[in-house]
Design a protein around this ligand. Structure first.
Ligand code: PEP
Ligand code: MN
Length: 345
């Protein structure tokens, strides 16, 4: 850690800071310029970061050397992490292609969509059974009935499934039906929920909060990792800006940014990021080009009748067309899209 003192700090101030550091059991290293004094402190940075050194009179800035997220950082794990979720890999050159309806509405509809997205090359099926809707009067999801439909459909098509868990009280139930927990944008900083999913062994798809910084996202991932669950996949799904012609603003720079800071895979969700089917194909391709480890897209066979997020859904044939282009791009970049196996229909 480096402590930068205010310009022309008096000897009294310098002595006091050194005394404080030594009292905490650390060794200070003084570097005095004409106007500035900086003090390097070597030792357990976790212990140091817990100390309010910034509050000492005469201290201008305290600069940590290590990242506050440890298990999520590249410093902790130099190689890109690769997770295998029921035979489908994500990270390190493997792309996870998640597709399905926003909400599970009925089994026949889910089966119809699953069959088509699978045929197009999707390798994970999504569908919400508990929906975080802006209005309490909107469709809230089918709950356990929906989870049963999702599990059965995933098994039928040999696809791992992902669904959102909104509350720690739902974990025990959702865990019985899903291969991957989704933590939605609105819950990215629900620390109790993060801790509880961290105690399970089900991997977590952690979506970026709509006003979360990269650091916020990685700190939330750290909550899960710190509990022992080491499989966290990050997801950029757009942030709130002043732009109102799209649902959110897709921040693609987060992909290479996260890759520099963390070993965790990161995927892109252009459906929630743009809210517009006409923009989803270009943003999906851009996501893969930026280094994304996968693409998450909402697909519905009749968007005008969808109970949730219909206006942003791609039709199955639009998804299939996009997947042709995504496969070409993946090939060009030397990336693989694992195929699902074990089809029983
Ligand atoms: C969703 O995936 O349907 C969803 C609600 O996503 P987000 O949390 O990113 O809004
Ligand atoms: Mn949705």
């Amino acid at each position: 850690m480096i402590i930068v003192l205010k310009p022309h700090a008096t000897q009294e101030v310098i002595d006091h800071v050194i005394e404080r550091i030594e009292a905490l059991g650390f060794t200070p290293h003084l570097s005095q310029g004409v106007a500035r004094t900086i003090i390097g402190v070597i030792g357990d940075e976790d212990k140091l970061q817990a100390e309010p050194l910034q509050a000492i009179a005469g201290v201008e800035q305290v600069v940590p050397i290590l990242k506050p997220y440890k298990l999520a950082s590249r410093e902790f794990h130099g190689e890109a992490s690769v997770f295998d979720i029921k035979g489908i890999k994500v990270g390190g050159g493997h792309l996870m292609m998640i597709a399905g309806p926003c909400a599970i509405e009925s089994e026949p509809l889910l089966v119809e969509i699953a069959e088509k997205v699978r045929e197009a090359g999707a390798n994970v099926l999504r569908g919400g059974a508990f929906k975080p809707r802006t209005s309490p009067y909107s469709f809230q999801g089918l709950g356990e009935d929906g989870l049963k439909m999702l599990k059965a459909t995933g098994e039928r098509f040999g696809m791992p499934v992902v669904t959102e868990v909104m509350d720690p009280r739902q974990i025990e139930l959702v865990e019985r039906y899903t291969d991957l927990f989704q933590i939605g944008a609105r819950n990215m900083q629900n620390f109790d929920l993060l801790k509880e999913v961290g105690k399970t062994r089900i991997p977590v798809l952690l979506k970026r909060g709509m006003s979360a910084t990269v650091k916020d996202l990685l700190m939330s991932a750290e909550y899960v990792l710190a509990q022992g669950n080491r499989r966290v996949i990050l997801c950029e799904r757009g942030v709130r800006t002043f732009e109102d012609s799209t649902r959110n603003t897709l921040d693609l720079s987060i992909v290479p940014n996260v890759k520099g800071l963390s070993h965790l895979p990161i995927i892109v969700d252009p459906s929630h990021a743009t809210g517009r089917p006409d923009l989803i194909p270009a943003m999906s391709l851009a996501g893969v080009a930026a280094g994304s480890d996968g693409i998450h897209i909402e697909v519905h066979s009749c968007p005008e009748k969808a109970l949730s997020d219909g206006p942003q859904a791609l039709l199955p044939r639009q998804y299939a067309q996009l997947m042709v282009e995504l496969r070409q791009l993946a090939q060009l970049l030397g990336k693989t899209i694992d195929a699902c196996e074990g089809v029983t229909v």
